[in-house]
Design a protein around this ligand. Structure first.
Ligand code: DUC
Ligand code: ZN
Ligand code: ZN
Length: 458
């Protein structure tokens, strides 16, 4: 065997046990006792779990007059430091472009740069008949999820007719439709009203996107999916108003899924009041919510109404990018970084603070994303035959998160000063150690495109 991980405690979504893992040609070939290989890692005292899978990222994305600041090299190195070994990024259709061209554009961004494995969703912003007809071809090429925005009027937003047509075709093709659920028409009116009243600070971003805007759009998206007989995945859920819609749908037995992100679990709207334009760091859509919403999200994870924790990693520099919105909150590029901090934050805040156990943690950050997005069982678990994408995690390692110590290409983290206990010390991708006790040992371009399978119910 090429590599053996010895003496670790293996954790999957279902099991916890002590065993060695044998790896050959990038795959797990044996799990047992007393295994021997050319190279050995002693994982005594460590937790060994399947690499994190982040199915919601925006690397090198043109948006709001600028581009997200991590490209496929910096963003994936940061991901690997944080224990994420695969991700699915959003390729976003420019109006007039075909879906094939869209995905090709994003593949070029990744090639030669990504250090972890990657897939793409395709975001449909212009649902013409020819674009709808491309959906089955996309699915055959491994692009088995589509994204629609019900917000960002005048740029990314799609109308209900376009949304419905995509849902119908996706169902036929075995693809999963993902939706950014905020009512873009209402947001547009509220933004104009606030600006007319001279309300320009970052806090008014929050006021322009109330929780009912998300609740309404979530309920509408679910109703359209039900009418099309299609499954639906709602991204970055933030609040009770929206979660209640998912709860009702799932109680009816509908295949409705939703994710949340660390920022919505751990931060709230008070952040928008940070002085010196500091609130701009948290300008993302949907916005941070109230304390009670955070509680509801934790309970949604525990009860299974939310199945995934992803990041919506979409970084912009505070100095040089976010400041485009000084004097007009609507010009602050929406988004925040998080690809590097997800795993450790959720272990600390979710497992150590007693919200859920370690199997559930693995399920939320790796196994469920792999299952819902057509990557299981090659990814998302530790089993014979699976890809050797593995994290060796020191449960005793304590770190205070600071932007200056992270690898994301951005000058802040929304989690500055958060104390975490438990941190990845080695990250293995395809059987290769690419993070080795704080050092990057991988090669840009080693990450491979993941041709994903069609959708299966969870
Ligand atoms: N929300 C963000 O905050 N950034 C990128 C896109 C999105 O929907
Ligand atoms: Zn979104
Ligand atoms: Zn997003």
């Amino acid at each position: 065997m090429d590599l053996v991980i010895k003496n670790g405690k293996i954790v999957t979504a279902t099991d916890v046990y002590n065993a060695d893992i044998g790896i050959e040609n990038g795959k797990i070939t044996e799990i047992g006792k007393e295994l021997r290989g050319d190279e050995t890692i002693d994982a005594k005292g460590m937790i060994v779990f399947p690499g994190g899978i982040d199915i919601h990222t925006h690397l090198d994305m043109p948006f709001m007059g600028t581009s997200s600041s991590d490209d496929f090299k910096t963003g994936t190195i940061a991901a690997a430091f944080g224990g994420t070994t695969s991700f699915v990024d959003f390729s976003i259709q420019s109006k007039g472009d075909s879906l094939s061209k869209t995905v090709e554009t994003w593949k070029k961004k990744a090639e030669g740069k990504a250090v972890i494995d990657y897939g793409f969703h395709v975001a449909v912003t212009d649902a013409t008949d020819s674009v709808i007809e491309e959906i089955p071809k996309m699915a055959k090429e491994g692009i088995t999820s589509l994204k629609l925005f019900l917000a960002y009027k005048g740029s990314l937003m799609i109308d209900d007719g376009g949304f419905f047509k995509v849902l119908q075709k996706a169902k036929e093709s075995g693809s999963l439709v993902m939706v950014h659920a905020e009512n873009g028409d209402v947001v547009d009116i509220l933004v104009k009203k606030l600006l007319d009243e001279g309300k320009t600070d970052p806090i008014y971003h929050w006021e322009s996107r109330p929780d009912k805007v998300e609740g309404e759009a979530s309920g509408r998206a679910i109703a359209l999916a039900e009418m099309a007989g299609a499954p639906l995945y709602i991204v970055h859920m933030t609040c009770k108003e929206a979660l209640d819609k998912v709860r009702m749908a799932r109680d009816k037995g509908l295949p409705i899924y939703a994710e949340t992100c660390p920022q919505y679990l751990l931060l709230d709207k008070e952040r928008y009041k940070e002085p010196d334009f500091g609130g701009a760091k948290y300008v993302m859509s949907p916005p941070l919510r109230m304390e009670n919403d955070r509680k509801e999200l934790w309970s949604g994870l525990v009860n299974g109404d939310l199945q995934v924790i992803s990041t919506d990693h979409c970084p912009f520099f505070f100095k040089g990018q976010k400041d485009a919105g000084k004097g007009n909150f609507a010009k602050i590029p929406n988004g925040a970084p998080g690809i590097e901090t997800r795993i450790s934050l959720i272990y600390t805040e979710g497992v150590l603070k007693g919200h859920f156990g370690i199997n559930k943690f693995v399920e939320l950050v790796s196994t469920n994303p792999a299952k819902l997005f057509g990557m299981f069982p090659e990814k998302g678990t530790i089993a014979v035959g699976s890809d050797a994408d593995i994290v060796i995690f020191d449960p005793k390692k304590e770190i205070v998160l600071k932007a200056e110590n992270l690898h994301q290409n951005v000058d802040y983290t929304p989690f500055e000063g958060f104390k975490v206990k438990g941190y990845p010390v080695k990250t293995i991708i395809d059987g290769k150690i690419i993070i080795d006790d704080g050092n990057f040992t991988g090669t840009p371009g080693q990450g491979k495109f993941i041709k994903r399978k069609t959708f299966k119910v969870l």
